[in-house]
Design a protein around this ligand. Structure first.
Ligand code: FAD
Length: 500
C-alpha cells in the first residue's frame, strides 16, 4: 500500500507524526504544494519563501536517503489544492492521505475541503497535531472555555503536561525507517523543485505597498539562516547547553545573543516543538547537581513559557475565527479611530523615525529578516500607539519582511502591542521608547550596530540625540513629540475603550 504524506509547515523528517505514522503502514510518497497566489495574499516574505525553498532541497535529499520520493505540484490558490492533490494521489494509486494540522482559518478550510474530496473517492485521510503539544480546544478553563489571558492558560498547560508526560517523558517522533523496496529508484522519481522566493515582480505587487517593498527588498541570508538539519539541530543544542540557563536574564537585551533565534525553523516546521522541549529537558539533566526536583523544574523555565505563548496564540486563533478576518480580540479595539498617517508609516518602515531604538529594530528586520522580541514590542507599540497608524498595516509589513512570519504569533504580538488583543494589561499602558531603550540597551550597543550614523554618540545621548546632533550626523529628527503623541493616543484609545 502506498501512502501520500502532504508536507506543509512541517518540513522535517524527525518529530513529524504524520510522516512517521504513515511510514509504519506501508510505502510513503511525500508531496509539497507551491501556492504562489495564496502566499502572496498572506503577505509571506521573500526571505521566508526562500528559506522554505532551501529547506525543501535539503528535505528532498533526506527523504531520498529514506527511500521516499518528494513530489512537488503547483496550485495558484488553496481552492485548487483538493483537485490537484486528488489527481496526484490517483495517479500514484495511493490508499490514504496523511498530514499534520494547521490552525489558521484559510488553512483549516483548505484541509476540510481536501479531506472531503479524498473521502468521497473512498480514500482514507489521517490527521495529526505536529505543530503543538496540546491541540487547540484541549487547554480549557474549569468551565470548558478557552482562556482569555495567558497566565492561567500557561498554568493549565503545564499541569496537563505534567499529568500527560511526567511518567514516560515526551519523546520526539523518530525518523521513518528506510523503505524496504525502493520505490524511489524503481518507478517514482523525485520532482524538480522550481525555484521560488524571488522578490515580487512589479506587476505582482500590492500597489500601495510597492514602495516599501522596493526600499526593503531583502535577500535571503543563508549565513544567518542555514536550511540543513545538522546546522539547525546544532543551533538548538548550543542554545540549550550554553544559553538557556541565562535566558531569563538575557532575553530582553537585544544587543546580546540571549534568545535562541530558532523562530524561522519553528515557523516552517524545520524544527519540531517536541524537539525543543526535549532539548530543554536534557539540558536541565546535564546541569551540575541536577536532581529530580531540578528535572521537574525545567518545565517552569522562561524559555518554555515562550514556547507556551506560541501555543496560546494558536489556541486563541482557533477559538476566535474572527481574528483571521482582521477583527480585534477585544471588540472595543474595532472602534479605535486610527490615523491614516502615510508619512509616519513610511518613516517607520524605512527605519527613519528619529527614535533610535525603533529605527535600529526596523533596520535589523531589513538586514536580517528577523527582529529581537523586545524590539518587536517597542516598534509595534510605537506605530500603533504613538503614531496611531492602524496596527493591521504594521502586521502586514512584518509578515512581508519577517523570515519567521507566522500568522498566529504575529497577529497575537500586534494585537498585544496595540492593546486590542488577549491581554490583561490595560489600553492606557503606553511604552516610552526612550525609557525602553535606556533600560534594555543601556550602553547603546544595539542601536550602534544598526544605526551607524549614531555610532560616535556616548551611551547617555545615543537614545535621544539632540536636534543639532541629528543634523550633524545625518540622522532624521523625531517624527513625533513623545509627550504629545502619548496624550493623543490616550484620548483616542479612551474614546474606543471607555465609550465604545
Ligand atoms: P526565543 O526567545 O528563543 O523563544 C523560543 C520560541 O518561542 C520562538 O522561536 C517562538 O517560536 C516562540 N515565542 C517566543 N516568544 C513568543 C511570543 N511572544 N509569541 C509567540 N511565540 C513566541 N514570532 C514568530 O515566530 N513569528 C512572528 O511572525 C512573530 N511576530 C511578532 C510580532 C510582534 C509585534 C511581536 C511583539 C512578537 C512577534 N513574535 C513572532 C514573537 C517573538 O517576537 C518571536 O517569536 C521571537 O522574537 C523569536 O526569536 P527567538 O526564536 O530567538 O525566540
Amino acid at each position: 500500500q502506498q501512502h501520500l504524506v502532504w508536507l506543509r509547515n512541517d518540513l522535517r523528517t524527525q518529530d513529524n507524526p504524520a510522516l512517521y505514522e504513515a511510514s509504519q503502514q506501508g510505502h510513503v510518497i511525500a508531496v509539497f504544494v507551491i501556492t504562489h497566489k495564496q502566499w502572496e495574499s498572506h503577505h509571506d516574505s521573500h526571505t521566508k519563501l526562500s528559506l522554505i525553498y532551501q529547506r525543501l532541497k535539503v528535505l528532498q535529499e533526506e527523504l531520498g536517503s529514506l527511500g521516499i520520493p518528494l513530489k512537488v505540484i503547483e496550485a495558484k490558490q488553496y481552492s485548487h489544492i483538493p483537485q490537484a492533490l486528488l489527481e496526484l494521489g490517483k495517479s500514484l494509486s495511493i490508499s490514504g492521505l496523511w498530514f499534520n494540522n494547521e490552525y489558521p482559518l484559510n488553512e483549516s478550510r483548505r484541509d476540510r475541503a481536501v479531506e472531503k474530496h479524498f473521502v468521497a473517492e473512498g480514500l482514507s485521510v489521517h490527521r495529526f497535531h505536529g505543530d503543538v503539544i496540546f491541540p487547540p480546544g484541549s487547554v480549557l478553563t474549569g468551565q470548558n472555555e478557552m482562556f482569555q489571558v495567558f497566565t492561567p492558560f500557561a498554568r493549565r498547560w503545564r499541569q496537563l503536561f505534567r499529568q500527560g508526560f511526567s511518567k514516560h517523558g515526551l519523546s520526539p517522533y523518530p525518523k521513518p525507517k528506510r523503505q524496504k523496496s525502493d520505490i524511489l529508484l524503481n518507478n517514482i522519481p523525485h520532482d524538480d523543485i522550481p525555484p521560488f522566493g524571488e522578490p515580487l515582480k512589479e506587476s505582482q505587487g500590492r500597489s500601495h505597498e510597492k514602495s516599501h517593498d522596493e526600499s526593503y527588498r531583502q535577500s535571503y541570508r543563508d549565513d544567518l539562516w542555514p536550511a540543513n538539519s545538522q546546522a539547525i539541530h546544532r543551533k538548538l543544542t548550543a542554545f540549550a547547553q550554553k544559553r538557556l540557563e541565562r535566558y531569563g536574564e538575557d532575553r530582553d537585551m537585544p544587543s546580546l545573543p540571549g534568545t535562541s533565534t530558532l523562530s524561522p525553523y519553528l515557523t516552517i516546521g524545520a524544527l519540531g516543538i517536541r524537539e525543543c522541549l526535549a532539548a530543554a529537558e536534557k539540558s536541565a539533566a546535564k546541569q551540575p547537581g541536577s536532581n529530580t526536583t531540578l528535572l521537574d523544574e525545567w518545565l517552569d523555565c522562561t524559555w518554555v513559557t515562550e514556547l507556551i505563548w506560541r501555543e496560546f496564540y494558536r489556541h486563541i486563533m482557533a477559538a476566535h475565527p474572527k481574528i483571521s478576518w482582521g477583527k480585534c480580540f477585544r471588540p472595543a479595539g474595532d472602534n479605535v479611530r486610527w490615523d491614516d498617517n502615510e508619512k509616519a508609516f513610511q518613516a517607520w518602515c524605512e527605519g527613519n523615525t528619529g527614535f533610535p531604538i525603533v529605527d535600529a529594530g526596523m533596520r535589523q528586520l531589513k538586514q536580517t529578516g528577523w527582529m529581537h522580541n523586545r524590539v518587536r514590542m517597542i516598534t509595534a507599540a510605537f506605530l500603533a500607539k504613538l503614531t496611531l497608524v492602524d496596527w493591521h498595516k504594521g502586521e502586514a509589513f512584518f509578515m512581508q519582511h519577517l523570515i519567521d512570519g507566522d500568522f498566529a504569533s504575529n497577529n497575537g504580538g500586534w494585537q498585544w502591542s496595540a492593546s486590542v488583543g488577549a491581554d490583561a494589561a490595560p489600553y492606557f499602558r503606553i511604552f516610552n521608547p526612550y525609557r525602553q531603550a535606556e533600560r534594555f540597551d543601556p550602553e547603546g550597543e544595539y542601536v550602534r550596530r544598526f544605526v551607524p550614523e549614531l555610532q560616535s554618540l556616548p551611551a547617555k545621548q545615543i537614545h535621544k540625540p539632540s536636534l543639532e546632533q541629528c543634523r550633524q550626523l545625518g540622522y532624521p529628527d523625531p517624527i513625533i513629540d513623545y509627550s504629545q503623541a502619548r496624550k493623543r493616543a490616550l484620548a483616542v484609545l479612551e474614546a474606543a475603550f471607555k465609550h465604545g
